[in-house]
Design a protein around this ligand. Structure first.
Ligand SMILES: Cc1cc2nc3c(=O)[nH]c(=O)nc-3n(C[C@H](O)[C@H](O)[C@H](O)COP(=O)(O)O)c2cc1C
Length: 466
């Protein structure tokens, strides 16, 4: 497979050509039980070699982007670090800078929080990554949904939901203003200090909200793609509107066809209401792919994946979040615990965002389900956690993706691999050629930058300069 370089075509013309294409990104979330870490082929959670192999496979398959999640505090379960999660959350900016050196075209997406990071630090870190990677950086904007994470910071628990998005908007606007400190024709990459400091070259950014103030000029010049691409992950109505006003790509959880169709209609409506063309905000749901030559083999593989993901220990820990107490005395292969929960709300594994349901109601519905289907604790957890994902033959899944491409309800998927670092091999070797045959997957990297490859228009703040 050749990875072509090309000249810089007009980005608006490219935007039209991307319709009906499915891009792929890879999301390394960091904390989850969807990655199987104890299989023979599993790699390390922190060693560079794991990430190098994963990202180079993705680039061989012309993936658009490599995403890293962010966790600003390790999760805890029943008072201890959650042993089932990945322990080790390398800094995304540093990790992606290292990966920039071993890749050429793939986008590098750092999830970074607006509630706790300062705008000048964000502008500098992401702007630096964009320069080092020659226009391949992106920022996945998140706000983080729990005060518990905030205890790791001087500000403590900090902001409620509404304030988080108001502050996020301030942070994003400030970061963009910093990136735009230098006019489009400024000799920002000139080694000549006089050119940099000439009067009128750089505009000082002076902003403040209730929590932060800034008086600064960007410490790095604009990159080959003007500034990093903006992704956003947050699903509330406020989060969706925030994305419609600010982001280039929304990272969603709505991957099933019906849900993706409804989500696309909702996002297009919000994007237009924000004064942008409806297709201006690209949609990338997260998705798992379990593939084989035949449907039957894929189903067998899926069984292995589910049983490896949901170990007996994982199954108990999953239920403990709802029961609010240790369930160590119960057999994971036996029936649901016959005791009530001690928690009113389901939130025992701190930092998961898995909360907000009333525990008693949750338990009652699980009991009914497990009785109806005759499920053990572990079988119930497998049932509850295995709804998502494409499971099938290469050609069958390619046909399914064709349906999405024809309906135009997604622009891509963020693959969450169940194995690291080998989890993309099947996709790259078996699925992508099928997608290319159907004309719905790129056959080369387009342009030099992530913005060009995704067919995005100019950054919102700079369009009037076109
Ligand atoms: C697909 C997806 C991925 C996310 N990844 C992260 C992450 O890596 N780190 C993080 O702190 N929050 C992450 N979040 C959570 C967001 O920070 C946000 O706090 C949460 O979704 C609540 O916002 P909302 O009420 O608008 O949905 C993610 C959310 C979504 C939907």
């Amino acid at each position: 497979m050749s990875i072509a370089t090309s000249t810089h075509p007009t980005v608006d013309a490219e935007a039209a050509q991307t319709r009906g294409q499915i891009h792929l990104g890879v999301f390394f979330q960091g904390v989850n039980f969807s990655t199987v870490w104890n299989a023979a082929e599993s790699g390390s959670q922190t060693e560079f070699e794991s990430f190098r192999r994963l990202i180079q496979t993705a680039e061989r398959g012309l993936f658009s982007a490599f995403f890293l999640g962010e966790g600003l505090r390790l999760r805890e379960h029943l008072g201890a670090i959650h042993a089932l999660d990945v322990v080790g959350r390398p800094d995304a900016g540093i990790q992606l800078a290292a990966l920039a050196a071993v890749t050429h075209r793939i986008g590098l997406v750092a999830t970074q929080n607006t509630t706790f990071h300062e705008p000048t630090a964000l502008a500098h870190r992401l702007g630096t990554l964009d320069l080092l990677s020659e226009g391949r950086a992106a920022w996945n904007i998140v706000t983080t949904d729990n005060a518990w994470t905030g205890e790791n910071f001087r500000r403590g628990g900090y902001l409620d939901h509404a304030d988080r998005y108001t502050h996020a908007e301030y942070v994003v606007n400030t970061v963009k203003a910093l990136w735009d400190s230098y006019p489009a024709d400024a000799p920002a990459d000139s080694p000549d200090a006089a050119a940099w400091s000439a009067p009128g070259t750089a505009e000082s950014v002076v902003t403040a909200d209730r929590y932060t103030s800034v008086a600064a000029v960007s410490r790095v010049p604009r990159s080959a793609q003007e500034h990093p691409v903006l992704f956003q992950a947050g699903d509330s109505p406020e989060g969706r509107d925030f994305a419609a006003r600010n982001a280039d790509v929304i990272f969603s959880t709505h991957s099933a066809f019906e849900a993706a169709t409804d989500f696309a209609a909702d996002i297009r409506h919000r994007t237009e209401a924000a004064g942008r063309p409806a297709d201006d905000l690209k949609i990338f749901p997260g998705q798992e792919f379990i593939l084989a030559d035949t449907e039957a083999e894929a189903r067998d593989k899926a069984r292995w994946v589910r049983e490896s993901q949901v170990t007996p220990q994982t199954a108990l820990a999953f239920l403990e979040q709802t029961w609010g107490r240790s369930l160590g005395e119960f057999d994971p292969e036996g029936p649901l615990p016959d005791i009530p929960s001690v928690a009113e709300q389901t939130s025992e594994t701190r930092g998961t965002g898995f909360h907000g349901h009333r525990a008693a109601e949750q338990i009652a519905s699980w009991r009914a389900l497990s009785e109806e289907k005759g499920l053990s604790i572990r079988q119930l957890v497998i049932h509850l956690t295995s709804g998502r994902g494409f499971v099938g033959s290469y050609s069958g899944v390619a046909d399914e993706l064709l349906r999405y491409a024809e309906a135009g309800v997604v622009d891509g998927f963020n693959v969450t691999p169940y194995l690291v670092p080998s989890g993309l091999d099947d996709i790259v070797n078996g699925l992508i050629p099928e997608l290319q045959e159907r004309g719905i997957y790129p056959t080369e990297y387009r342009g030099e930058t992530l913005r060009e490859h995704l067919g995005l228009r100019r950054p919102l703040t700079r369009r009037h300069l076109a």
